[in-house]
Write a protein that binds this ligand. Structure first.
Ligand SMILES: Cc1cc2nc3c(=O)[nH]c(=O)nc-3n(C[C@H](O)[C@H](O)[C@H](O)COP(=O)(O)OP(=O)(O)OC[C@H]3O[C@@H](n4cnc5c(N)ncnc54)[C@H](O)[C@@H]3O)c2cc1C
Ligand code: HEM
Length: 411
């Protein structure tokens, strides 16, 4: 890690004292920032997720990260864990150092636009310096992540072409794609829980679309498997672009552009603590990879898998989990929100409705375990609150968002 730039005390003071002002206008500033940046650099629409833009999720994520960093501007090393998490996402997207000044320039323009006279030259100059220092930390962390991914046996930089070797239905809404490199070379190992970015050029679309998909099988099998839920249209929202395109148009033999595996939501295979894996809907993918890896690498390690699904028709990977549950160290429990009569006969079905702490305490042998969970945001909030209420320490609670990271403590 390169030395973190030291800023002038006056700069630090100005930046820290204006953080609350910027936070107050946070969404307005970032909204303006994206408008300005995309109008001057439309090519960046090839990397940003348009749906996240429309729903403001990315705006909130970026704003929160910049202000968090600014609060720690005098000790940026404190934010390194967060930078690493974002850096993994940036690396999988192929974000480059030369793009940082573009973001910085438009952020400052947006601050000026929104704050007007309150953004004095002194304030703008201080934020310019602070942004440069923050960007330098991101660029350095990402440089290391790029090098690490490329240096691994079978690793690579950027996107590599993968052929869909097999496409298979896992449930009414989830389909798996088994990916092998077109060049016939080896592929790098990954840690269970990691994801890849997939880049698609969809006929009729002006820009490319990049999405992340967790690897749903164990590493070391010569292929990567991703399992994608179809995000169908509803009365309130349009159909998801990439998931529907993958389901409807990508067939065996087609090629996808794929990043090297990334992400810091990973199972620690050096530990021996009991593991509890809790999945909601398609959030099962990284957790299944963990469960399958445990079966190979640590079959003796006590593992409890709780799978929540609306019903048996949309539940994926049941057969794989039943097979894993033949190991006495592995327990598998199913929770259906709306079970059919048939679902009620499932040998692992234990709970109707939504997951709650009371039920979790009846099936999880002990809170002295490492907990990993993933699913829709409301599900994650429920699980997170249940675990903290139960007294599970923060360092034993691990989770992944299938979108920009958010705050599970807030409603
Ligand atoms: C680390 C990580 C791992 C992931 N792993 C998986 C995985 O294993 N499997 C999986 O299926 N997914 C996974 N995802 C989610 C995945 O990356 C995509 O977000 C998902 O497939 C939806 O993409 P899409 O292009 O189909 O939908 P998008 O077009 O991106 O739309 C996303 C959602 O926004 C809604 N939307 C779009 N436009 C609007 C609008 N104007 N107003 C309101 N709503 C709107 C859509 O209806 C849809 O529900 C993961 C995400 C991350 C970050
Ligand atoms: C210091 C500057 C930056 C900060 C603080 C920052 C912060 C963030 C954060 C918090 C996220 C969400 C991560 C998550 O998924 O949890 C994110 C995602 C992302 N960032 Fe950055 N970022 C910075 C610079 C850049 C640059 C220079 C680019 C490229 C132009 C970029 C492109 C993206 C993209 C494309 C995503 C994914 C968003 C999506 O889903 O559309 N970022 N960034």
């Amino acid at each position: 890690m390169a030395a973190i730039t030291t800023l002038h005390p006056k700069t630090i003071e100005i930046v820290q004292s204006t953080v609350p002002v910027l936070e107050k206008h946070g969404e307005q500033i970032t909204k303006r920032f994206y408008e300005l940046m995309f109008s001057n650099h439309p090519e960046l629409l090839n990397v940003f997720n348009h749906a996240n833009q429309k729903q403001g999720r990315q705006q909130r994520a970026l704003a929160a990260a910049v202000y968090a960093a600014a609060r720690y501007i005098d000790r940026l090393d404190a934010i390194l864990p967060v930078v690493r998490q974002i850096g993994h996402k940036h690396r999988s997207l192929g974000i480059q150092p030369e793009q940082y000044p573009i973001v910085g320039k438009h952020l400052l323009l947006a601050i000026k636009d929104v704050l007007g006279d309150a953004a004095t030259d002194e304030v703008i100059a201080a934020w310019a310096e602070a942004y440069e220092a923050i960007a330098a930390v991101f660029i350095q962390v990402e440089k290391e992540l790029y090098e690490e991914a490329a240096a691994k046996p079978g690793g690579w930089r950027g996107f590599r072409r993968f052929v869909v070797a097999k496409k298979g239905k896992e449930s009414d809404v989830i389909t798996s794609f088994y990916l092998r490199p077109e060049d016939g070379g080896t592929i790098s190992d990954f840690l269970p829980g990691q994801y890849v970015s997939v880049k698609l050029s969809i006929p009729g679309e002006t820009y490319t679309h990049i999405r992340q998909y967790s690897l749903s099988d164990a590493p070391g099998k010569g292929y990567y498997r991703i399992s994608v839920k179809r995000e169908g249209a509803t009365a309130e929202k349009p159909a998801g672009i990439v998931s529907n395109y993958l389901h409807d148009h990508i067939q065996e033999g087609d090629v996808l552009e794929v990043s090297a595996p990334a992400g810091d939501f990973t199972l620690d295979l050096t530990k021996e603590t009991p593991v509890v894996l809790i999945s909601g809907g398609v959030g099962i993918t990284p957790l299944l990879s963990m469960a399958s890896t445990l079966a190979i690498r640590q079959p003796h390690r006590q593992t409890t898998f709780l799978q929540a699904a609306l019903n048996g028709r949309v539940q994926a990977f049941d057969q794989e989990l039943r097979a894993l549950a033949e190991n006495p160290a592995f327990s598998y429990y199913v929770c259906y929100e709306f079970p059919s009569d048939e679902d009620r006969k499932h040998p692992h079905f234990r709970k109707e409705g939504r997951i709650d702490l009371e039920w979790m305490q009846t099936v999880i042998p002990s809170k002295d375990a490492d907990f990993y969970f993933c699913g829709p945001v409301p599900f994650m909030k429920t699980v997170y609150r249940a675990l903290t209420q139960w007294g599970v320490p923060e360092e034993r609670i691990h989770y992944e968002f299938f979108g920009p990271a958010g705050d599970l403590t807030r409603d």
